[in-house]
Design a protein around this ligand. Sequence first.
Ligand code: NAP
Length: 356
Amino acid sequence: MAKFAFILHPIVADDIARKFKFTKRWPESWKEKFVRFMPPLKVSHITGVRSEHAATEGYFVACPLTSRQLLGEVTADEAIKKIVWAGHIAERLGADIVGLGALTSVVGDAGITVAEKLKIGVTTGNSYTVATAVMASRLAAKKMGIEISEAHVVVVGATGSIGQVCARLMAKEARQLTLVARNLDRLAQITRRIGDESGITPAVTADVNASLATADIVIAVTSALDCVVDPRLLKPGAVVCDVARPRDVSEEVAKLRPDVLIVDGGVVEVPGDVNFRFNFGFPPRMSYACMAETMVLALEGKVGDYSLGRDISLEQVEEITRLAAKHGFKLAGFRSFERAVTDEKIAEIRTRAGLR
Ligand SMILES: NC(=O)c1ccc[n+]([C@@H]2O[C@H](COP(=O)([O-])OP(=O)(O)OC[C@H]3O[C@@H](n4cnc5c(N)ncnc54)[C@H](OP(=O)(O)O)[C@@H]3O)[C@@H](O)[C@H]2O)c1
C-alpha cells in the first residue's frame, strides 16, 4: 500500500490557537513570531481511505508559516526550506507521495524546487483542483439557469497554475471570457495560447472590479492575501466559484448579496470511512481537491511527482479526473463559507435575483 502525506499551514496566526490553546489570548504579533520559529510537525494520522480497488493511509504535516509569511514576510528560500523540512518528516513517516497544501504550493516555483530536494513524489494537487473548480462552476451555473455557451466567464488569477487551465477550459465553452491578473505581460501570453487553442480572444484586465458587472460566472483563484472579488459589484443571479485559500471573497461582504450564488471550489467527498483526526473546517469525509489528488495518486500507486510548476497540462487534468472517478472521489454538494448550500437555498437566491 502506498502512503501519502499532506502539508498544511496556518492561513492566519490565529489558526494555531486551535492546536496550541495556550496561545489563544496572545497578541497577534506574538502568535506570528511563535509560528515562524516553530519547527514543522506531524499533525495527525489519516486512516480509512478506501476505494473499490485499493486502500491508503497518510499524515497531515504542518509547515508553520502563515499566508502572510509564506508570500512575503519571509524569503522564498526560507519558506521553501521549511516546506522541504516538512517533506522530510513525511518521508520519515513512510509517505511515498506528499501534497503541498494552500500557499505551500504557490510559493516560489510551485513545487519544483521542493520536489528536487525530496526523495518521495510531490504534487501541488492543482490538476484535480482545476477539474473540480470547473465541474463546480458548471454545476452551479446550471442550478442558476445559466447556459455557459451564453455566459460571460471571468477568471480572476488567470495566469496562475490553476487559473490558466481553468481559463483554457472555459475558453472552449463560454460565449465571452475575461482574464484578470495584475501582470499584463503574463496575461498577454496566456491570451495568445488560448487564441491558438480555441480561436477566441479573451478580454484581459488588471482591474478586477471592472470585470465583475457583466460577469455571469466568476472563477476566483488568486494567491492574494486579501479578498479581491467584491460581490457587491456582481449582477443579480451571478455565480462565483471561490477556489482561493485564503479566500478571494469576504464572507461579510457576501452577506450583502443574497441574490448571487457563491460556492467554495475544490470540495470533494473521499471514498471509504476516512478519519482525518484534524479539523480543517469540513464535515466528515470531505477534503480539499488538492488533498484528494494526493490520496488518489497514493491509491493508484502513482507516486512520482505530479502537478508541479505553473504549466499544468490539460491531459493531466483529464487523467486525474478519470483516476479520481475510478477510486470513487466525487464533487461534494455545494458549500459556501463552510456551510452546505441546499437546493432550497439556491431556489431562494434565484427568487431574490428575479429568476424563475
Ligand atoms: N481549494 C483547493 O482545493 C485549492 C487547492 C490548491 C490551491 N488553492 C488555492 O488556489 C489559489 C491559487 O493557487 P495557484 O497555485 O494557482 O497560485 P499561482 O500560480 O501563484 O497564481 C495566482 C494567480 O493570482 C493572481 N493574483 C495574485 N494576486 C492578485 C491580486 N491581488 N489581484 C488579481 N490577481 C492576483 C496572479 O497573477 P498576478 O501576480 O499577475 O496578479 C496569478 O494569476 C491559492 O489561494 C491556493 O491556496 C486551493
